[in-house]
Design a protein around this ligand. Structure first.
Ligand code: PA5
Length: 450
């Protein structure tokens, strides 16, 4: 039987009253059932719930065929997107890629770069300068098709691609992933004849990694999207509404984090002991931050890479304000084996480690850290991945998504909207004199005394 990711909660029990757990368990069952029955707030955005089991072989084949074209015609592919339109793909690609892939020959895999997730003039200038000498293609991802960061980067990249590779080739190596009908990205894709994929109406950005939004870039990078989806399907079954609390890790995670929140633990730190999981942390931060942070409530999702950040944030975690809890992602078996060499002189005093695997040192660092944090008043959840591969990443993604839906409903928010994201956009458009924002422009300039 395929191993599965598991959740360990024993280092949270001293911090949670049994009565809190008893009270929250029915809420988790109710939330999971409301998701399954399509009766919860935000139920027009529940397309992600059965996405793994409903992806058609035809769609997967089309994604793989498009990926093959990009792999054949490009040495570099730029994924243009922001938030949910790039973080999931980047999380999986970086988790599975050689850490130094960008610096060495990549076995025929194109280099995958990212744009459209910032407005840094230096970043975009340096990216364009680099791409001038590359056979590059673009995957332009935007559900709304109007997000400024992405549209601006795409305008620069498309112009460069047409100039350096010619309009005909550009048409072959630019792919759009966007709404079926609306938005500038759709209009442009249809007009220019770009190959395109649809983001379903009922799937929000941060829940879209298992649509072409995530699957196409992941396939372009050379990874097995069938295995990723298979892992997600397994987790869809393992966390279904009718799977009881005692066996359902999505319900358990949702309940424990809400119980800790009620105990005053307002910050959750996602810790990994694998640098390759850095972007998984970033994806998770968006998933939980954007889904739960509304109506003046919610756990603040923070993240650290360990042991790296034990030398920067470790002091705060150990002894700062006791309003935090931690969820550690632990990868059971690394993909490589490396032993600490013996040294006759032992000048560094490390011979006590000679012959041990580097991973054993890492695991003892993890255990030592968890024990220290618990002693310091930080409850620790532990999520164990048997290995860092497509299957278990698929499981992990779906686990976090389903738990997020349940957790947000327990918190009594609509986990599937993000009204707060519009506030900065309105001000930015007003300040930049975007047509249609004249009244806001006058108001903001008066406020700033301009
Ligand atoms: O989760 C979300 O909905 C957001 O993070 C969006 O993904 C992000 O704002 C990008 O939006 P769009 O895909 O419309 O460009």
């Amino acid at each position: 039987m395929e191993k599965t990711i598991r959740l360990e909660l024993n280092q949270t029990t001293p911090f949670i009253k049994d009565s809190a757990l008893e009270a929250l368990r029915p809420a988790a069952d109710k939330a999971a059932q409301a998701l399954a029955d399509n009766t919860c707030p935000g139920n027009d955005f529940l397309g992600w719930l059965h996405l793994p089991s409903s992806i058609t072989p035809e769609l997967l084949a089309e994604i793989k065929a498009t990926a093959a074209t990009l792999r054949e015609k490009c040495d570099t592919v730029v994924v243009a997107g922001i938030g949910g339109s790039y973080l999931g793909a980047r999380a999986v690609i970086e988790a599975l890629s050689d850490s130094f892939a960008a610096l060495k020959a990549t076995n025929g895999n194109p280099l995958v770069l990212y744009a459209g997730n910032n407005i840094g003039e230096d970043y975009l200038s340096e990216l364009c300068a680099f791409l001038k000498n590359r056979r590059f293609g673009i995957i332009n991802i935007s559900k709304s098709g109007t997000t400024t960061e992405t549209a601006l980067a795409f305008r620069l990249l498309r112009t460069l691609c047409e100039t350096t590779r010619g309009k005909e080739t550009a048409r072959e190596v630019i792919v759009a992933i966007t709404d079926a009908k609306k938005g500038a990205a759709r209009v442009m894709a249809d007009k220019e004849g770009y190959r395109s994929f649809i983001i379903p109406d009922n799937v929000g950005g941060r829940f879209s990694v298992l649509t072409p939004v995530g699957l196409l870039p992941i396939a372009v990078a050379g990874f097995d999207i069938d295995a990723l989806v298979a892992g997600a399907v397994a987790m869809e079954q393992a966390t279904a509404a009718d799977v009881p609390f005692s066996k359902n890790i999505a319900k358990q995670y949702a309940v424990v984090r809400n119980a800790l929140y009620q105990e005053g633990k307002k910050i959750e730190i996602l810790s990994n002991f694998q640098p390759k999981l850095h972007y998984m942390n970033e994806w998770w931060k968006q998933l939980y931050g954007e889904s739960e942070g509304k109506d003046g409530k919610a756990i603040f999702p923070a993240a650290v890479d360990l042991t790296t950040d034990l030398h920067s944030m470790g002091q705060w975690i150990q002894e700062g304000e006791r309003t935090i809890f931690e969820t550690v992602i632990s990868v059971e078996e690394p993909n490589h084996e490396l032993h600490v060499p013996a040294d006759d002189e032992n000048l560094d005093g490390l011979n006590f480690l000679a012959g041990k695997r580097v991973d054993e040192v890492n695991k003892m660092a993890e255990l030592g850290t968890r024990l220290a944090h618990v002693d310091g008043g930080v409850p620790c959840l532990r999520l164990v991945m048997p290995a860092l591969n497509e299957y278990h990443l698929g499981e992990l993604i779906y686990f976090f998504e389903h738990a997020c839906g349940i957790s947000g409903l327990i918190l009594d928010v609509n986990p599937f909207n993000q009204p707060g994201v519009e506030a900065y956009k309105k001000n930015m458009f007003a300040l930049l004199d975007k047509p249609g924002y004249e009244a806001e422009s006058q108001a903001i300039k008066a406020r700033l005394g301009k």
